[in-house]
Design a protein around this ligand. Sequence first.
Ligand SMILES: [Cu+2]
Length: 136
Amino acid sequence: MRRAVSTLLLLPVLILVAACGGAATNSGAVPPETIVQQTAVTGTDLVGSVGPGFEIMLAQDGKAVAELPAGTYTLAVTDEAATHDFALQAPDGTITQITDVAFTGTKSTTVALTPGVWTYLCQPHSTQMHGSFTVS
Ligand SMILES: [Cu+2]
């Protein structure tokens, strides 16, 4: 809810900025559509973790994620083992690998979550290391 409200509040500002930018013949200006995409990201919204044991988690504000509004989120994944990976499976079955098996450390990315059931998983151990959440 907070996300939706702040996005709505930002929109008139963006439109004004775009209108001003359009008046100037500045070829170096950032296209308005790029500005809108960047402001859709509001911070490190989601935190994923995998390892060191056979644990995988996706959390927001310290709580396991069960339901999320559709939108663009930043996702920071901490991978604590060279035996696990962290991947996201979209409702259509498409898998996006965030960290690979050999990687350890933290990786941040941006994910566009569309409505449906999403799954986070460790691919080598997907039967035991997985979780799901619903995006609406
Ligand atoms: Cu694993």
